[in-house]
Design a protein around this ligand. Structure first.
Ligand code: KG4
Ligand code: ZN
Length: 354
């Protein structure tokens, strides 16, 4: 079975082919980052138009990489939501049109289910049940995952997503869009504890998180540093701020991850989404231990990350999620001229299929 996956929820156009026997055999991606950089953020109308331009050539590149032809495709999976309405429509209309032309079914996929299942594309795969930390530019959520399609939301950020906080903080430090990854690289050069930022809701006794106050703390630190350095921000100070910001976000995520594992009793953690590429988060969650009581022995946790190139948005995770849904007997739909997208779509609305 060969599933073509189409991702177009935000500023990446992804097209990939997942084969139930051979795994991922084609994966083509175009990022619009450079186009949006000029505006300091994603411009939805430009994003939609660019998706339309890229989808056909990316599909051709993907088929060529896989050595496959259009006629080999058994189903077309596409991101139905959540995401930008126009960007989703570009992918959804292309997927439905292509499937209609091929006489094959379509599989509408939830973008976050794609992220959630992406660690299953690695050589070493987690087993159910597990706690998933979805940490991207749009979401920061803990989910209990008991099987394909069987998800419960345990807690989430009440305001900014962690990736959004990275990007907004990077912007106020003068880094080019999207600054999350750049900020994390500069954090490597910073001195630990030169600054200290708040850890919002760290002790809230639940799995809710808040990241929007952090950027205000960073702004205050930047203003003070500028005033002390004649109006400019020395690189060394900027790096120290990056370090302290990253430490604060990671502390909250690690603390809450431990709580989620204790609450569910699960000892497997899966980290997905763009911020899962963060080096500090990977190091800390990769060596996580939990204790059920202060004097109890520390229990090791098995942590799984998607392969680095699959952390950020891509078509592979959509093709894979589509293939998994097919394997678990979710009815594929017939392509239709009247289809819908779901820019807002809570993940735990997905029905249990396993
Ligand atoms: O999953 P993703 O590609 O798109 C969304 O669905 O949001 O995640 C993108 C987010 C951006 O906010 C980006 O700044 C962040 O992931 N990101 C990082 C790193 N690489 C990407 N944040 C922190 N450290 C990184 N290394
Ligand atoms: Zn994403």
């Amino acid at each position: 079975m060969l599933v073509l996956g189409i991702e177009s929820s935000c500023d990446e156009t992804g097209v990939a082919l997942y084969c139930s026997k051979r795994g991922l055999i084609g994966n083509a991606l175009h990022t619009q980052m450079a186009m949006h950089a000029e505006y300091g953020g994603v411009v939805p109308e430009l994003a939609s138009r660019d998706h339309i331009r890229r989808l056909v050539p990316l599909t051709q590149a993907c088929l060529a990489e896989a050595g496959a032809a259009y006629g080999d495709i058994d189903a077309v999976a596409y991101t139905q939501g959540p995401g930008l309405g126009g960007a989703l429509l570009a992918g959804a209309s292309y997927a439905n049109a292509l499937a209609f032309a091929l006489g094959k079914p379509v599989l509408p996929v939830h973008h976050l289910e794609g992220h959630l299942l992406s660690p299953l594309l690695a050589d070493e795969r987690p087993e159910f049940p597990f706690v998933a930390l979805l940490v991207s530019g749009g979401h920061t959520q803990f989910m209990a995952v008991r099987g394909i399609g069987d998800y419960t939301l345990l807690g989430e950020s009440v305001d900014d997503a962690a990736g959004e906080a990275f990007d907004k903080t990077a912007k106020l430090l003068g880094l080019p869009y999207p600054g999350g990854a750049k900020l994390s690289e500069l954090a490597r050069l910073g001195t630990p504890d030169a600054f200290s930022f708040p850890r919002p809701m760290l002790h809230s006794h639940d799995l809710q998180m808040s990241f929007s106050g952090l950027k205000t703390a960073v702004l205050t630190a930047v203003e003070k540093a500028r005033a002390a350095h004649g109006g400019s921000l020395p690189n060394s100070v900027r790096n120290d701020i990056c370090r302290a910001f990253q430490d604060a976000v990671c502390d909250v995520l690690v603390h809450k991850a431990r709580r989620a594992l204790l609450q569910t009793g699960y000892r497997t953690l899966v980290v997905a989404g763009g911020v899962g590429a963060n080096w500090k988060l990977r190091a800390e969650l990769g060596s996580l231990k939990v204790k059920t009581a202060p004097k109890a022995p520390a229990e090791a946790v098995r942590t799984f990350f998607p392969p680095l190139p699959l952390c950020t948005d891509n078509g592979a995770m959509i093709a894979f999620a589509g293939a998994m849904r097919l394997q678990h007997q979710v009815q594929a739909a017939q392509p239709a001229a009247a289809f819908n997208v779901r820019p807002r779509w809570p993940l735990d609305e997905l029905v249990q299929t396993a």
